[in-house]
Design a protein around this ligand. Structure first.
Ligand SMILES: Nc1nc(=O)c2c([nH]1)NC[C@@H]1CN(c3ccc(C(=O)N[C@@H](CCC(=O)O)C(=O)O)cc3)C=[N+]21
Length: 287
C-alpha cells in the first residue's frame, strides 16, 4: 500500500464534534435544529440509512422526526406530508428518502420541499444556486468529497479532476464543485469511449457509477487522489465501492475506503446543512 487512507469515519467525528458545539450554541438561544426524514416503503437498505441519519441527529443534539409510511402511500398524501413539514417551525431540514415507489414522481416531491429546508440539495433551486455560485444547499455526498480533499490539504487549482458518473445527486454537482475550486474537470459516463485514457491523466478521480471495479490499478496515475462514492455488495454480501481498492491502493497517493469513506461524510454534511438552515433562520452567519 503506497496510498494514504482518507478516513471518513475519523473526519466525520471531527466535523460532528464541531456541529455539536454549534448546535449547543443555538440551543442556548432557544433554537434546536430539526430534521424531518420521510421514508416510504420497507426497503431494508433505506431503513438502515434513515436510522443512521436519525442517530447522527441525536448524537449532535439535533431534533429529528422520522416518518415511516407504507409503500401504498399516494403521491398526494406524500405531498401533503412535505407541505406539513414546510410549515413546521421546529423543522429546518426535510429529507425524503430515495428511491420512492414507482407510482410516486420523485422529482415532483423534491420540488415540493421548500428550498429553505432542502438539506439534500436536490431541489432545482439548490441545483441552480450551485451552478451559478449563489448561496444554497449543496448535495451532501459531493460536498463530503470536497471536505475530504480539503482535509488532506489538496490544492485543486490547475489540477485535472475526472468524475465518472453524471447523476443529478453526485456526478453533476461533484463536477460543479470541483470546477468552482478551479480544477479542470472532465465528466465521464456510460457513453465514454476509452475511460482509462481519461482516468490515467487525472490528478483526482471520483468514481460515482454504482458498479464494482469501474476503476482498476492500470487506470490510475501514480500518486493520484481516488475518491470512491460507490455502494455495492460483492458475491459474499460485503459492502464495496466502485474502485478495486486492493489494486488501486498500491498506485494512488490517497484513497477513500468503502465502508468508512464517503458514506459517513454524506451523513455528516446532512447534519451540517440542517444546522446551517437553522442558523440561517436564527440570523446567525453560516459557519
Ligand atoms: N433523499 C436521500 N438522501 C440521501 O442522502 C440518500 C437517499 N435519499 N437515498 C439513499 C442514499 C444512500 N445514502 C447513504 C448515506 C450514508 C451511507 C453510509 O453511511 N454508509 C456506511 C456504511 C453503511 C452500511 O454498513 O451499510 C459507510 O460507507 O461506511 C450510505 C448511503 C444516502 N442516500
Amino acid at each position: 500500500m503506497t496510498a494514504q487512507l482518507i478516513d471518513g469515519n475519523a473526519l466525520s467525528r471531527q466535523l460532528r464534534a464541531d456541529v455539536a458545539q454549534r448546535v449547543q450554541a443555538l440551543r442556548n438561544r432557544g433554537l434546536t435544529p430539526g430534521l424531518a426524514v420521510i421514508l416510504v416503503g420497507d426497503n431494508p437498505a433505506s431503513q438502515v440509512y434513515v436510522r443512521n441519519k436519525v442517530k447522527a441527529c441525536e448524537d449532535t443534539g439535533m431534533h429529528s422526526v422520522l416518518e415511516t409510511w407504507p409503500a401504498t402511500l399516494s403521491e398526494a398524501e406524500l405531498l401533503a406530508r412535505v407541505q406539513a413539514m414546510n410549515n413546521d417551525p421546529t423543522i429546518h431540514g426535510i429529507l425524503v428518502q430515495l428511491p420512492l415507489p414507482a407510482h410516486i414522481d420523485a422529482q415532483k416531491v423534491i420540488e415540493a420541499i421548500s428550498p429553505a429546508k432542502d438539506v439534500d440539495g436536490f431541489h432545482v433551486a439548490s441545483a441552480g444556486a450551485l451552478m451559478t455560485g449563489l448561496p444554497g444547499f449543496w448535495p451532501c455526498t459531493p460536498h463530503g468529497c470536497m471536505k475530504m480533499l480539503e482535509h488532506i490539504g489538496y490544492e485543486l487549482r490547475g489540477k485535472h479532476a475526472v468524475v465518472i458518473g453524471r447523476s443529478n445527486i453526485v456526478g453533476k454537482p461533484m463536477a460543479l464543485m470541483l470546477l468552482q475550486a478551479n480544477a479542470t474537470v472532465t465528466v465521464c459516463h456510460s457513453g465514454t469511449k476509452d475511460l482509462a485514457a481519461f482516468t490515467r491523466q487525472a490528478d483526482v478521480v471520483v468514481a460515482a457509477v454504482g458498479k464494482r471495479n469501474v476503476l482498476t490499478a492500470d487506470m490510475v496515475k501514480p500518486g493520484a487522489v481516488v475518491i470512491d462514492v460507490g455502494m455495492n455488495r460483492n458475491e459474499a454480501g460485503k459492502l464495496c465501492g466502485d474502485v478495486d481498492f486492493d489494486g488501486v491502493k498500491d498506485v494512488a497517493g490517497w484513497i477513500t475506503p468503502v465502508p468508512g469513506g464517503v458514506g459517513p461524510m454524506t451523513i455528516t454534511m446532512l447534519m451540517v446543512n440542517t444546522l446551517d438552515s437553522a442558523e440561517r433562520q436564527a440570523g446567525v452567519q453560516a459557519g
